[in-house]
Design a protein around this ligand. Structure first.
Ligand code: ADP
Ligand code: ZN
Length: 435
């Protein structure tokens, strides 16, 4: 085997990884203390000095950073270097309404692109591949990250950006794209559009897809793999830590290897901040070990997941993270019950529906209401009202079993829910509008 972009580091022994982390953390904490007044103040408040950090184990002594710190320090307050050394900015997609601006030096861009290159090679990519990058280009990190990674691997890169599905399909076919990079929701939509045009999965030359930037389920993976005739790989990242490529899936398709030479991961109890042992579920916290311009230490991602150090069949030694099981801010509390969109999606696919749905939460007479609009496939559509009604009732029952509360299901005609070209909008919470 041995399909690695940087074999030495990707398969380094545990001792080697720890020794790299020990060396980098000492340097990085000094760098941050000397250059980032905002974080220096947090350290001073906690009574921690750079000299107290002698190895990676000492990281527990450092204060956390959260999204609200990023907002307070906007725009330059967390800059770790002179602005004149920076060559780029990116900004979050604002899933939660607040934008974050991150800065990059050339070295930061290089290390980020190398992480993405590792992901492309792990998905089976090499210089013979044609990589169709259908993530958005611009402030969003998706396009730039995979684009840069594709260059580093030496693939022919198609910088499509998101949208314009007709052209995506035309170039995919005419230029024989072999690897597709986009959000999973857009991949599913492309699969659907290809089928509509009469293409079979075997008509395209795609072999793999690298999909991330939003949550997706195993069920959705199987749908995409079937409709496009590919192997689908997950990729994870966030603007604050550079972008996609912080962690990526290998051929085992079971968890994402975190690039531990650049990003140190911890799982904490989101309530108490206590560090949890590997294998326990909690909030993922990242420390960028060598980023220059935006060197976040102990940044709370709000993504809930589990770390695993089980030996991986691919030969990579870096720790693996599970798919995020929702964001602490993605969770809806409906009539006191915690509900994640991913649970709803799992039921839909199990029951034979598409992952095209829209959740509407509201509050009527002081009671929360949960309505789920679910699109029917062309074959499922019926003009007999009683048929549709029976299907709605049966899906409501399946949802109640999974969620613990009963939603109202509305089956809607095929293609009536708007498709997304970037991150999908799944939830409309109207309660926020009245509060
Ligand atoms: P925003 O917070 O505005 O969405 P980003 O565009 O930087 O900002 O998105 C980062 C977030 O996207 C992550 O914190 C995570 O919640 C989500 N995300 C990224 N990749 C994945 C993935 N592969 N699976 C699930 N969620 C992901
Ligand atoms: Zn692996």
């Amino acid at each position: 085997m041995g399909n690695y972009f940087q074999p030495q580091i990707e398969t380094a022994s545990r001792d080697e990884i720890i020794s790299i982390q020990n060396e980098k953390i000492v340097k990085q904490v000094k760098h941050v203390y000397d250059h980032v007044a905002y974080y220096r103040n947090l350290m001073d408040e906690k009574g921690v000095k750079p000299e107290d950090i002698k190895s990676i184990d000492d990281i527990k002594k450092l204060p956390f950073l959260s999204k609200s710190d990023l907002r307070d320090a906007y725009p330059y307050g967390l800059l770790g270097t002179d602005l004149k050394n920076c060559v780029r900015i990116h900004s979050t997609s604002g899933t939660t309404g607040r934008r974050v601006v991150a800065f990059y030096t050339q070295a930061d861009v290089d290390l980020w692109e190398e992480c993405c290159a590792r992901a492309i090679v792990a998905a089976g990519g090499n210089e013979d591949d044609v990589v169709q990058v259908a993530y958005g280009y611009g402030l969003f990190t998706g396009g730039a990250g995979l684009h840069g990674g594709s260059h580093k691997v030496g693939c022919l890169t198609l910088p499509m950006s998101s949208g314009n599905t007709e052209r995506q399909i035309q170039f995919m076919m005419d230029l024989e794209a072999t690897i597709l990079c986009c959000t999973p929701s857009y991949a599913a939509y492309l699969g659907e559009s290809l089928a509509e045009k009469g293409y079979k999965p075997s008509d395209n030359k795609l072999k793999a897809g690298i999909f991330g930037a939003e949550p997706w389920t195993e069920e959705m993976r199987r749908e995409i793999e079937k409709s496009l005739g590919i192997k689908a790989f997950d990729i994870y990242g966030l603007t604050e830590t550079s972008g996609p490529g912080v962690a990526f899936e290998c051929e085992a398709q079971h968890g994402m290897h975190i690039n531990e030479d650049h990003f140190y991961a911890e799982i904490i109890d989101p309530e108490t901040g206590e560090v949890l042992p590997d294998g326990e579920k909690g909030e993922l916290v990242f420390t960028a070990l060598d980023k220059e311009a935006f060197p976040l230490l102990r940044y709370r991602t709000r993504d809930i997941c589990v770390l695993s150090r089980e030996k991986c069949s691919c030969g990579r030694t870096h720790v693996k993270m599970s798919k995020p099981m929702g964001r602490s801010d993605d969770m809806m509390i409906i009539r006191g019950v915690n509900v994640f969109p991913s649970q709803i999606e799992t039921v839909l696919i199990k029951e034979g529906y598409t992952p095209n749905y829209l959740i509407e939460v509201d509050r009527v007479n002081n009671t929360d209401t949960l309505d789920i609009n679910v699109e029917l496939l062309t074959g499922q559509f019926s003009d007999k009202v009683s048929d549709i009604h029976a299907k709605e009732k049966s899906l409501e029952a399946a949802m109640r079993t999974m969620l613990g509360i009963g939603p109202k299901i509305h089956l809607v005609p095929p293609k009536s829910i708007a498709r997304s070209e970037g991150k999908a909008v799944r939830v409309i919470d109207k309660r926020k509008l009245h509060d």
